[in-house]
Design a protein around this ligand. Sequence first.
Ligand code: MN
Length: 315
Amino acid sequence: MNRILELIKDYDIITIYRHVSPDADALGSQYGLKQWINDTYPEKKVYALGNDDGSKVSNFPESDIVDDEIVKQSLAIILDTANGSRIDDGRWKTAAYRLKVDHHIFVEKFADEEYIEDMAGATCEILATMFLKEGMTLSKTAAQYLYSGLIADTLRYSIPSTTPQTLSTGAYLLSCGVDVQRSNEENFSTSLQQFHYENFLRSNCQVAGGQLAYIIVHKEDYERFGLSFNEAKEKVFVFGGVYDFKAWALFVEKEIDEQGIKRYNGSLRSRNTTINDIAMKHHGGGHRFACGVKNLDDEEIQTIIQEILDRINEA
Ligand SMILES: [Mn+2]
């Protein structure tokens, strides 16, 4: 039997964890696995933990509340998280045994056993492929959660992490009864306020050198649309898919620091120019073409814009 399934079989209490600022893969894998355990072993106690419910993904249940004593007796399964410090709910450390299942590039070992498949498109893909290979049929609810993370992390099967396996696994989930339209709407539909905010970003963006689209968004700009900082910063995708843009960036004011200086976080994207080394110089990092920067003042934003522009022009 698969080792993940073996461990689940061995424990009567299981606590499942995700990363902070959870996305649909973190939540989908967590609730998909919880549902599968409930369906398969109704006598086991299973808890999905996390204090941060994620502002943009609302189609998931609320986290469970559980005593410290219960956590200590449990098998902790940590999903979709590469670093120990990003696990939401620090009590995973106190669990009887710890298992990590993840698809990010390895950063550090924090669990007793780790199952990492860094070529998988999503943590949901790893779990669903495991169920597929075991010849299991999933309940519609479990399949729906897993499908959600699959299309979220592969951007609807459109990025290079999409493989024949991804599509086979997607087909398998559909055979278990997934409502494709509902999943798509829950993942990619937006509120009227967000729609207006997205239009504001498009209408007010600057295009440096005809190739780098960017905007600096102030607190009053996003509060006007009733959005939080976390919601406002998730929108860099609105500049994607434009032939003329080689790179694009969204800088959002987070706070005014003790010296009265505005501080911003930023999301940087490029079509095929390496920019993560630029992000690393400015309190950030991430993937080659998709990365983030933090705690910037206005001057540092201008430096970053110039560095990306220079990089585009070098190529
Ligand atoms: Mn993921």
